[in-house]
Design a binder for this molecule. Structure first.
Ligand SMILES: Cc1cc2nc3c(=O)[nH]c(=O)nc-3n(C[C@H](O)[C@H](O)[C@H](O)COP(=O)(O)O)c2cc1C
Length: 145
């Protein structure tokens, strides 16, 4: 199995309508081909992890890369993995633009700031650490969906 993580810039300021549009479609598409993952959205950027077999991850990534809702895609990692980190998540959307002030400032202190939002890292270990930090935080609006 493989995991690809990338960061991109959104074509427009991000909100829940955009994130839900993407994750609703992704849930059904990814379920069909066995791809799981997570999609983080700050005010200006996406950070996404996709995991599954080589062909499926490639096919999904190829479609995503052509999507005009984002640009400036940077691959953070493409790794062979023994097990999924996001099994059970067809595609979980997390709106980091919607965190409460305390959580937002803690994450900004730890990972930095970019365009007034939390900066998404370009290093794999930091990206995974950030996803893990967010997973550990309970009671965020983003976990409702
Ligand atoms: C940041 C971002 C992440 C996306 N993630 C996925 C995804 O995980 N799976 C998926 O099928 N489409 C994803 N999409 C949407 C695809 O680019 C594309 O619109 C969609 O797969 C087309 O599906 P369809 O051919 O069934 O209409 C994403 C788009 C963006 C902008």
């Amino acid at each position: 199995m493989y995991r690809v993580i990338y960061k991109s810039r959104s074509a427009q300021p991000l909100n829940w309508d955009i994130v839900h549009d993407i994750t609703d479609k992704s849930q059904s598409n990814n379920g069909t081909c066995g791809v799981t993952g997570v999609l983080l959205a700050s005010r200006s950027h996406f950070l996404q992890a996709l995991e599954g077999n080589f062909e499926s991850v490639n096919n999904v990534f190829r479609r995503i890369a052509k999507d005009e809702r984002h640009c400036d895609l940077s691959i953070i990692s493409f790794s062979v993995i023994d097990a999924r980190l996001f099994g059970g998540w067809g595609m979980r959307g997390i709106g980091a633009f919607d965190f409460n002030k305390t959580i937002e400032s803690e994450l900004k202190n730890k990972y930095g700031e970019e365009e007034k939002g939390i900066r998404f890292p370009l290093e794999e270990w930091q990206a995974l650490a950030m996803i893990n930090d967010i997973k550990m935080i309970r009671g965020l609006p983003s976990w409702k969906k």
